[in-house]
Design a protein around this ligand. Sequence first.
Ligand code: ZN
Length: 289
Amino acid sequence: MTLTDGTVVTYPAGAVSSRGTVVHVADAGEGRWAVVLDETAFHPVDTAWPDQPADRGMLRVGDAELSVIDAVVGATQGDGLLLGPDVPVRTGTDGWTFVVAHIVESGAGVAVGDTVDVTVDAAYRAALSAGHTACHLASLAFDAALAGAWRKEVQTDALGAPAFDALAIQESRILPDGSRDVYRIGKSLRRKGFDPAALDDLDALAARVDAQLAEWIAAGGAVRIERDGEALADRRAWVCELPGAEARIPCGGTHVASLHELVAATVSFEAAPMDGGLELVMTTTAERV
Ligand SMILES: [Zn+2]
């Protein structure tokens, strides 16, 4: 295996440990090193859509234990390795190879060909997985609650409702047991037919979203990740069984295996005026069994 084979990732199936072989070690600047393995269970933060943060954990190389201080996507066209913010293209872009770069404080003693045991902080991962599943459910419940606010036909979400989330989202961050999504409601959304008056009573809106979330979680549907292949760059989707429907959303993150793992998920909203409209923050909180 070499750098241009890309990294096989096992976290979509829920792995929190793995064994791999070092295929590349690069200077990551500021005294840090990037270690690339042929295979890893370590989830890196994506560059273009950094919603789920990197896992925490360590690499064991022989007798040495190296704390992983960050994990980013690396990309190459065969000559050199670009890391994180320096990657100029979206993960999966043709003509590039994508790898997981484990960032460590010192690369001393790590060489191409070494065997590395990867250990992910399983408790932190589980909290992020719960937060990420709750984030997707909340976005669908929010779209459903706003379905009546559209005066024109627009693209629809995984359940067939007008896709407010996809059309208005600016930033999404997965947190341990929750998420924070930022939406902008401005001129372009109004031009697409969205009536901002639907956001006048945010407490009532949150209550409707919470009621939908409670119904879905009580049904305890299975959750799985479908993928086109095992490489970091292969397309993946979150698939969740909901009463009467199966929701499918493109997603590179990690998730619970069943909604039975959640007790509840609830949302709260905060709105602030912005130039020409409104910025709305939806905070989702998940409670695990
Ligand atoms: Zn996702």
